[in-house]
Design a protein around this ligand. Structure first.
Ligand code: NOJ
Length: 885
């Protein structure tokens, strides 16, 4: 398989691409091949036309301004703002065309979920998985606020995050760590909180990757092979993979990015069922849908399927000739009548409306950094052969005091899995021997590997576009040495020869597991952990075993992208404590040592299960391997992933989803349940969908002159423009006037639909978010150990036993994190369950249905430690019970 190295310097990239171009005759027309077959029963049904945006009340003002402005645009201006100007053609990872005459600048789209990528003077925040492990909604939001401020400070209009797809279906999946955990509710809440924080700063959040983007290998369409097809059924789509997107749309995300893969055989960037049907009509999404980078594989079909922006503008083979499926081709498609002007109007209006909605029309900064070079000056258009020179880096420092929130996230995520005999915390005067290269920042330079495509030194983030440069790293060894009086560091992953330890000596062993994006291969892992599996890297398991053979007191610290199997050492008697510190970003040191030395009690909880064996998961969640043609990834496990599967199969994990110990212990008491909204079996009717103001825009094919290059225009070779040469535009216009019909796809229609029953603005039928029940309880720090600490009560729903729908034994529905409770102190916590939380997706009714019967709401401190149960039938709760799993 051909992998394009997006991070290589432009010269090198151009050469390798040129080589490819000799092999392949790329055509900008984007001839579509017939789809590969997918297993029977998996369908992406046609859904047309693309629903207009602009019918949700809270978007009305933005749309009214946008319609006004788009009404004044020429065709070429509309198509210019809907497309990228080409890979590496501007300062950011994606750069749109502009409509300067009307005040719309080029927009800057920049990675990534944990910080502003490929630039300096930014904060390297903890990754999504770390944020999920805090189970702290306020912190999720605060991190979003800080991220938003940094993106705005750098002049980025779009934050390419948060990532809620991958969901974590595959434990080896390469990019699970960019998201928040293997559960749709945890992902949904964390994603929504991030979006709110980011967008309140005026930055457009881009929720990605829609969807079922669960492995890295074979993900991309290329000239030899289509990207893999994720084949999933309607219920699985709604209850798992679409769920966090619905929450993000409800939180108001301005943009959504599609994924590289196909769904049920149809590439997501041109999948009408996914974009028109699920996202824009059912979830009532009002913002912009963009492709993932170089995932645009057709012109007209993608426009009809509801795509609004292609990124970074190029065809599948970027840069070589400056070809696009959109830009001038979209202009041509409008003039020749294949893409209706109504669709062009809608995509342009969605973009302008989102820009207005975030207030970017008011003094929004221009990009002041370059993702292409760190030099002050460089080519204005780096992938052009000849480019003028610009000042491209102004080195604006946007870090403010964000290290505070970064450290708090890193710290509140630290998940104490095991603490035999309350071994932790330890004293700063203990004799400490520290093992593992992960304890110290990479001695070759903290940013020495492009996009973190190596696992050297501290593992603070995974690799790929989800990484950012560290401004510094507070590494664990420096922090340990600052705080403790007697520290010996062995900077090696092979157990060294050590003096005979005293019986109270403590070994702290640092181990890792890394993964990332498929654009890089690291230690034979192609993005996914296809080679390492769930074993610790660099023989970490052996390092722990050897330390445990020598020392009587071993603490294991794991920096990891996801679950690792710990069986070879976790139960050894000298392994006293195990902490998962996830991917802490720049604040890896004090955040950890304050926990080790007891200044702060750990309060993180696992955002996934840690299995006894990888074989405990269904075989369908393994990484799929090479196939001739399209690889098929079929979700035969349906809604049973992670703990949903383990509980159903009756398989105990080593550490359950939601598990996390504290130095304190908590009691849950005085639980009560209140019914807030009485539930009918199906929700009340959705609100009618009003006509969008987009419908008022002129849909007549405009004069060809709207597409002509301005006279005397100085073109930059390979830059993507939306204008056409006069002769080409006239020819296209003539076709448009000739009455020739484009061969539209099956099921094509131009009549706006009233919207599906389950649909509604901003996430779906608003009644789905009616609170059905609240559960209140008292959480008391019962005082053991005399530590102040934060607790995380988690609410799981158990559907009626006699429900006709097969449902997982328990499913997370809400959670809260208390303030630090002093010994003896308590807090009252209220958890909510909405109508949607108590519903299943009925594939016949195409609606969310509340199966009648008794629901049990279980509350506890982990999915396998549920000590409180409330019944919707009796309206009462009991504490001190045994949990259901
Ligand atoms: C590809 C990645 O999948 C996506 O997450 C990222 O935003 C783009 N590249 C841009 O770098």
């Amino acid at each position: 398989m051909v992998t394009l190295d997006f991070a290589a310097p432009p010269g090198l990239r151009a050469l390798s691409l040129l080589f490819l171009s000799c092999l392949i005759n790329t055509s900008s027309a984007g001839v579509l091949q017939p789809r590969d077959d997918v297993p029977a029963g998996y369908v992406s049904a046609p859904y047309y036309p693309a629903p207009h945006g602009g019918w949700a009340d809270d978007w009305a003002e933005a749309y009214s301004k946008a319609v006004d402005l788009v009404g004044q645009m020429t065709l070429a201006e509309k198509t210019n703002i809907s497309s990228g100007v080409g890979f590496f053609m501007g300062p950011c990872v994606g750069n749109t065309g502009s409509a300067l005459r009307l005040g719309i600048p080029q927009l800057c789209l920049q990675d990534g979920p944990l910080g502003v990528r490929t630039t300096d003077n930014v904060t390297a925040f903890p990754a999504g998985i770390t944020t999920g492990a805090t189970w702290n909604k306020d912190l999720m939001y605060e991190r979003g606020v800080a991220l938003g401020q940094e993106f705005k400070g750098k002049g980025a209009n779009f934050y390419l995050g948060p990532s809620v797809g991958a969901l974590g279906r595959k434990p080896r999946g390469g990019r699970n760590w960019e998201g928040f955990g293997s559960d749709p509710v945890l992902q949904g809440i964390a994603g929504a909180q991030t979006i709110k924080g980011v967008q309140e700063q005026g930055v457009i959040a881009t929720l990605k990757h829609l969807t079922a983007n669960e492995q890295e290998m074979y993900r991309m369409y290329n000239v030899f092979q289509p990207g893999y097809s994720s084949n999933l059924d309607d219920r699985t789509m709604h209850e798992l993979y679409l769920w966090p997107f619905a929450e993000g749309v409800r939180a108001g995300t301005g943009a959504v990015m599609t994924s590289y893969n196909a769904i049920n055989g149809s590439a997501t960037s041109q999948n009408a069922y996914l974009i028109n049907g699920l996202l824009k009509d059912e979830l009532g999404f009002q913002g912009i849908v963009m492709t993932d980078w170089l995932a645009h594989i057709s012109g007209v079909p993608s426009a009809l399927a509801g795509l609004d922006m292609n990124m970074p503008g190029d065809t599948m083979i970027p840069i070589i000739f400056g070809t696009s499926y959109w830009m001038y081709e979209l202009t041509r498609s409008a003039l020749n009548g294949s893409v209706p002007m109504d669709r062009i109007n809608d995509m342009a209006t969605r973009i302008v409306a989102t820009w207005y909605k975030m207030g970017q029309d008011k003094d929004y900064p221009r990009p002041n950094f370059s993702s292409n070079t760190r030099d002050r000056e460089g080519p204005c258009y780096p992938s052009a052969l000849i480019s003028p020179t610009c000042v491209v880096n102004q080195y604006v420092n946007v870090q403010a005091d964000h290290k505070v929130v970064a450290k708090q996230v890193a710290q509140e995520a630290i998940t104490l899995l095991k603490n035999n005999g309350s071994f932790l915390p330890i004293s700063t005067s203990a004799h400490l021997s520290v093992f593992g290269t992960d304890a110290q920042a990479d001695s070759q330079g903290i940013n020495s590997c492009t996009d973190k495509s190596c696992n050297r030194g501290l593992l603070g983030m995974g690799w790929g576009s989800g990484s950012a440069d560290y401004p510094y790293i507070d590494d664990p060894i420096s922090s340990l040495k600052r705080k403790a009086s007697n520290v010996t560091y062995y900077n090696t992953d092979s157990f060294p020869s050590v003096p005979a330890p005293g019986k109270d000596d403590v070994a702290i062993v640092f181990i890792t597991s890394d993964s990332g994006e498929n654009s890089y291969t690291v230690e034979n892992n192609h993005g996914d952990r296809d080679s390492s599996g769930l074993a610790a890297w660099h023989n970490g398991d052996t390092l722990v075993q050897k330390a445990a053979a020598k020392y009587s007191n071993v603490i294991v610290v794991v920096h990891t992208v996801g679950p690792i199997v710990m069986e070879s050492w976790v139960n050894l008697p000298s392994v006293k404590a195990v902490l998962v510190a996830h991917l802490p970003g720049q604040e890896a040191g004090d955040s950890l040592t304050e926990v080790l030395f007891g200044e702060v009690s750990p309060s993180g909880h696992l955002p996934y299960s840690i299995p006894v064996s990888e074989d405990d998961y269904p075989a369908s969640t393994d990484i799929i391997t090479f196939a001739l043609g399209q690889a098929q990834d079929t979700y035969t496990e349906g809604i049973y992933i992670d703990y949903r599967h383990l509980n159903k199969a009756g398989v105990k994990p080593r550490f359950a989803f939601g598990h996390g110990l504290s130095y304190a212990s908590f009691e849950l008491s005085d639980a009560s349940i209140a019914s807030v909204t009485e539930l009918s079996m199906v929700p009340p009717a959705r609100p009618a969908k009003p006509t969008s103001p987009v419908a008022s825009l002129n849909t007549t094919i405009p004069a060809a002159s709207e597409a002509y290059y301005p006279s005397g225009f100085n073109r930059i070779w390979r830059y993507l423009y939306s204008w056409m040469d006069q002769g080409d535009a006239d020819k296209a216009y003539a076709v448009g006037q000739s009455g020739t019909e484009y061969a539209y796809p099956a099921g094509y229609s131009e009549e706006q639909k009233p919207g599906p029953t389950a649909g509604g603005p901003n996430g779906g039928n608003p009644a789905l978010w009616d609170v059905a029940y609240t559960v209140s309880l008292t959480v008391t720090n019962s005082g053991a150990g005399n530590f102040s600490a934060k607790a995380v009560p988690q609410a799981y729903v158990q559907f009626p036993a006699d429900s006709p729908y097969d449902t997982p034994p328990i499913q997370l529905r809400d959670f809260a994190k208390t303030e630090a409770l002093a010994p003896g102190a308590s807090a009252t916590v209220t958890l909510s369950l909405t109508r949607k939380d108590l519903s299943v997706w009925d594939t016949e009714l195409q609606n969310w249905v509340v199966p009648p019967g008794e629901y049990k709401i279980w509350v506890g401190q982990a999915s396998d430690d549920l000590t409180v149960v409330c019944s919707t039938e009796t309206g009462s709760c009991e504490a001190g019970v045994e949990g259901p799993v």
